[in-house]
Design a protein around this ligand. Structure first.
Ligand code: GDP
Length: 372
């Protein structure tokens, strides 16, 4: 059943996110409703079932895969009597843990305040305030009870701070001149950073340089005497909280202003097609979908679909298709140059580099038409 496969994948991803934030998942609950309950998101029977389980097993937190409205959160916490996190809160927490630069931390803090503002009256904030824990890192801890006006002032301040840094970063980008800029895009965890490292280290001449005070790294890479800038971007995930989409504008500016996109896909992931679509949608939203692009299908070393033997006449399904067959599907026939690699074992690296070289060269030539 396709719907159930999807559901399992979504729950797997949520469990992975929870794990990333430091939680262990004990049990999954699902419910089919034509529409979420406006008051409690799930139905009252399901809420009761969860409440009983929580009591019996001393569960500390319930995590929802969607963003709940402030009143749904409040009602559910009252009913189940346990701390509830939604997907947005969980992702914000992970970003808060990972933000390393002051710019990224400011962005996350802003997003957290925007999330917090309409949810100030929540119950567990009183219970959990002293304890901390997931969803309570950052601004939530001490200022949760201060009045909305103070938080609004803080939001204004953070926005101003970001605006100033944004301007500095735009200037830095302008100063990079006419060098061709490529950006790695792709769903989270597909291997962008690994590829970035492999590309910049494996080359004869590679220079590590952090151009901006953002967690995005920009490095100079040289392939066959042709230098270009390569950016690693963060933040591509299904249902990225809108607060973050807003505040991570500059991260996406790197993509918006790139000359070439290198779209990395984790081919070993069961729902990589969804991930490709999700990334393409984001590109569309920021109006970057018409840029030249190279499709890099990564992790072929970890490609786990069973290969059919030659006499097997049963039709290929997603579960038994071989890599060779994959390359004959939409992937191989994409309107973009396409390559299948492993960033780990560096399989097919020469082919990929040639592809990148050709694309960068095309852009370079269009810029300097009179050079030899
Ligand atoms: P990013 O979130 O897109 O930057 O992904 P990372 O570069 O952090 O990689 C995510 C995980 O995938 C890491 O554990 C990598 O070691 C792993 N990974 C990256 N490339 C490959 C690959 O080609 N094969 C395999 N098997 N694992 C890979």
């Amino acid at each position: 059943n396709q719907d159930e496969d999807k559901l399992t994948e979504y729950m797997d991803e949520l469990e992975f996110l929870a794990f990333t934030a430091g939680a262990t998942v004990q049990k999954r609950f699902t419910q089919k409703l034509t529409q979420p309950d406006s008051k409690t998101f799930i139905g009252s029977g399901k809420a009761q079932e969860i409440k009983e389980y929580v009591k019996e097993n001393e569960i500390g937190t319930i995590i929802f895969d969607d963003e709940l409205s402030p009143s749904q959160l409040k009602n559910l916490e009252k009913e189940i009597e346990v701390k509830i996190l939604d997907r947005t809160n969980l992702i914000l927490d992970i970003f808060a843990q990972r933000a390393q630069t002051s710019y990224a931390r400011t962005q996350v803090e802003l997003a957290q305040y925007q999330y917090l503002l309409p949810r100030l009256t929540r119950m567990w904030t009183h219970l959990e305030r002293q304890k901390g824990g997931i969803g309570m890192r950052g601004p939530g801890e001490t200022e949760i009870e201060t009045d909305r006006r103070i938080i609004r002032d803080r939001i204004t301040l953070l926005k101003d701070k970001l605006k100033t840094i944004d301007k500095q970063m735009a200037t830095q980008r302008n100063n990079r001149g006419k060098v061709v800029r490529a950006a790695l895009v792709g769903y989270t965890n597909v291997g962008k950073s690994t590829l970035m490292n492999a590309l910049s280290k494996s080359d004869v001449f590679a220079e590590n340089k952090l151009f901006a005070t953002l967690d995005t790294t920009v490095r100079k890479v040289v392939i066959g005497n042709l230098p270009f800038l390569l950016t690693d971007t963060v933040g591509f995930i299904r249902k990225l909280p809108t607060q973050l989409v807003e505040s991570f504008k500059s991260t996406l500016d790197e993509v918006r202003e790139a000359d070439l996109l290198i779209h990395v896909v984790d081919i070993s992931h069961e729902s990589f097609e969804d991930q490709v679509e999700s990334v393409n949608n984001t590109l569309m939203e920021i109006n970057a979908h018409q840029k030249p692009m190279i499709m890099v299908f990564n992790k072929i070393d970890d490609f786990s679909y069973d290969k059919k033997d030659e006499d097997d006449l049963t039709p290929s399904t997603k579960k038994n298709i071989s890599l060779e067959e994959w390359t004959k599907t939409w992937m191989g026939k994409s309107k973009y140059p396409t390559v299948f690699i492993s960033a780990l074992t560096k399989e097919n690296f020469p082919e990929m580099k040639k592809m990148i070289y050709d694309e960068v060269m095309k852009i370079h030539i269009s810029r300097f038409p009179y050079n030899d």
